[in-house]
Design a protein around this ligand. Structure first.
Ligand code: 1GP
Length: 238
């Protein structure tokens, strides 16, 4: 089994910032996968995250098998529900939607995922997932039927993240939602990072290399970029 979490901890200890490219298998054109792979290999990405709201597992399997032929980066599942677990990946973010109060996303899906995970060698990484209000309703809100946290209430977001750390989450993910109008406020990133010992992931609505840098400087250990790279595979070259 891989030791991706250990490597993330090591990077944090060395203040080496990480970057994940999020691929949504629903949006990938298999015909142009070769070009996409080249762009990923030329990018500064350290991880590949795979996830989406409505993806079928057989598409995920095929995508990962093809990525692994040409890419050596760790491939981490970022699933919307247990039907998106692929044994072909290296690890899975085992998510708990801490910002919501929907028991399905707090424990039901996690229980249902266990028999599927037992048939894989995936490294399971317990991850607190906190959705932050970002201007419009996002897919996570719609699918999970939960409200995001108020983007102005920094203290409550920090408190939520700390509760997740006390519960035993190994990573914390501050999420504005895919394609969000507004990304997670920098002050929220900073205060959350200052109050956590575990590594902090930040994503949603990040559209430029400068925004990645600024999120890293604010305290994100790993930044996730999805839509901006999807829309422009030359994102890191321009
Ligand atoms: C979504 O945080 C990720 O779950 C990435 O968001 O697609 O807006 O980059 P974007």
């Amino acid at each position: 089994m891989t030791n991706i979490y250990h490597e993330i901890l090591q990077s944090k200890a060395e203040n080496k910032k990480l970057l994940a490219i999020l691929l949504d298998p629903d949006k990938i054109e298999m015909n142009s996968l070769q070009t996409l792979i080249e762009k990923i290999n030329q990018s500064p990405a350290t991880h590949i995250f795979i996830g989406g709201s409505h993806v079928e597992v057989n598409i995920i399997d095929e995508l990962i098998i093809r990525l692994k032929q040409k890419i050596t980066l760790p491939i981490v599942l970022f699933p919307g529900n247990p039907s998106q677990i692929s044994k072909e990946a290296d690890a899975i973010l085992f998510l708990t939607l801490l910002s919501g109060r929907n028991p399905d996303y707090l424990i039901e899906h996690q229980v249902n995922a266990v028999p599927i995970l037992k048939k894989t060698n995936l490294e399971v990484i317990s991850t607190g997932y906190i959705l932050i209000e970002s201007g419009t309703q996002t897919a996570v809100e719609r699918v999970s039927k939960t409200d995001p946290l108020d983007r102005k209430n920094i203290e409550y977001a920090v408190q939520t993240a700390q509760a997740g750390e006390y519960i035993g989450n190994k990573l914390m993910y501050l999420e504005a939602g895919s394609g969000a109008k507004q990304s997670v406020p920098l002050e929220m990133i900073k205060k959350t990072a200052d109050n956590l010992k575990i590594p902090l992931i930040v994503g949603g609505g990040i559209r430029s290399k400068t925004e990645i840098l600024v999120a890293h400087i604010a305290g994100a250990d790993l930044v996730v970029i999805g839509t901006a790279f999807e829309n422009d595979p030359n994102f890191f070259n321009s």
